[in-house]
Design a protein around this ligand. Structure first.
Ligand SMILES: *Cc1c(COP(=O)(O)O)cnc(C)c1O
Length: 406
């Protein structure tokens, strides 16, 4: 296959192989397909964002300027949470949450074996004990039954991860936590904007249901800035006060350090960018859902392609659109797509309990779902700028491969 770059974003795909000679007719003038297209998204708001960033430059209030305060209170309103505390990134946010809860060396923290490493990394950093448990096969989130079975007298906290854009089963998780007096810290790095409906009819935004919620504004996240950023959410004013100290060297009064903290800030330029993007977050989620609907329909009923299940009580903001490939040819599919200039990613290829850094002995019987998912999952391009031509090209390619008789 030859690819001619016409401009930065337009690629002509042409097929020259013998098999594909006939397809030469189908030269595609199509925007290059990316896992995440941050550039096209930026171009739509460029004037507005550029202006906001230049204003920060003019004001020279680079750290803790008014933009940070405004963003904080705008996010508090959006999430309907009493306190948002911005910080430097989503990993810091998780670490700070565990520090604020006063956990002690050796305390056990339960989280999912199938998630991004940051969640378990911070547990290790603080010399707490990470207890990894299996996830639900359909929703990729903490399995409440297995969570319950993992609780010991040393358990102090649970970190449900709202993986790929929908909430873990918070109804069950909060009940279990209450019964066992455990803290719940929600890792909301992938699901900001998702909503959970409880049995009593109340609706809450992801990240606002546990004692603390944490998120990341990494550029490719659903609410991404143009660098690093993160935040913690809590309705507990005392904890919020403590967190505001921890992010600032444990300082509650200038140059008086009451505890060991760290230096973790969201800078004003990133806050200015986020202030422009926050009002668009729901429309971004909607664009992702539309792309997901297209994929869902394209793959519906295929015997070897399982589309992501929508959880019963959570909306889905599709940080990722993750298929499960049931014929054992997931890696070959990824290769097939790559040859057609379609990126697709394996989130995640290795269980955390098997990573060198976090290795622990385990019984495979306890991780049946995680281990199946590691072999089956493949995430297709998912972002706010996918158009129908691209979606068709991607899903046609997946189906073409999956329908090759084996
Ligand atoms: C991205 C991510 C993080 C870490 O966020 P950073 O801002 O990159 O530090 C934590 N947890 C999950 C589930 C993530 O996806």
């Amino acid at each position: 296959m030859n690819i001619f770059m016409l401009s930065e974003n337009i690629v002509v795909h042409s097929f020259y192989t013998a098999y594909n000679f006939l397809k030469f007719e189908q030269i595609l003038f199509m925007k290059k397909i990316q896992m995440v297209d941050l550039q096209s998204q930026y171009y739509k708001i460029k004037a507005d964002v550029d202006n906001a960033v230049l204003n920060v430059m003019d004001s020279a209030a680079f750290i803790n300027g008014p933009e940070v305060k405004f963003f904080q209170s705008e996010l508090e309103s959006y999430l309907d949470v009493k306190n948002v505390i911005p910080c430097a990134n989503g990993t810091d946010a998780l670490q700070i949450a565990l520090m604020a809860l006063g956990l002690k060396e050796g305390d056990e923290v339960i989280t999912a074996d199938f998630t991004f490493a940051a969640t378990v990394e911070v547990i290790h950093l603080l010399k707490l004990k990470a207890v990894l448990v299996d996830v639900d096969y359909d929703t990729f989130t903490l399995d409440p039954v297995k969570l319950k079975a993992a609780i010991t007298p040393a358990t102090k906290a649970i970190i449900p991860v709202h993986l790929f854009g929908q909430c873990a089963n918070m109804e069950e998780i909060l009940k279990i936590a209450k019964d066992h007096h455990l803290f719940v810290v929600e890792d909301d790095a992938q699901a900001i904007g998702a909503e959970f409906t409880f049995a009593d009819g109340s609706v809450k935004k992801s990240g606002t249901m546990g004692i603390i919620g944490t998120t990341s504004f990494f550029p490719s996240k659903n609410l991404g800035c143009y660098g690093d950023g993160g935040a913690l959410f809590t309705n507990d004013d005392e904890l919020a006060h403590k967190i505001r100290g921890i992010v600032n060297h444990g300082m509650y009064e200038r140059y008086y350090h009451d505890e060991v903290g760290l230096n973790s800030r969201l800078d004003s330029i990133q806050a200015a960018v986020l202030r422009k993007k926050l009002p668009l977050l729901d429309s971004y989620s909607e664009a992702r859902r539309k792309a997901a609907d297209y994929y869902d329909e394209a793959f519906a009923g295929h015997p070897h392609v399982l589309t992501p299940k929508r959880a019963e009580h959570s909306t889905h903001v599709f940080h990722q659109y993750t298929l499960r490939i049931l014929n054992g040819k997931r890696n070959e599919l990824q290769q097939f797509l790559a040859e057609r200039e379609i990126p697709a990613m394996i989130y995640y290829p290795v269980a955390l309990r098997k990573q060198k850094a976090y290795y622990q002995e385990s019984d495979p019987k306890d991780f049946v779902n995680t281990d199946r998912l590691l072999e089956q999952v493949i995430s297709l391009p998912m972002h706010t700028e996918l158009d129908e031509e691209q979606l068709k090209y991607i899903s046609d390619a997946v189906l073409e491969f999956m329908n090759i008789p084996s």
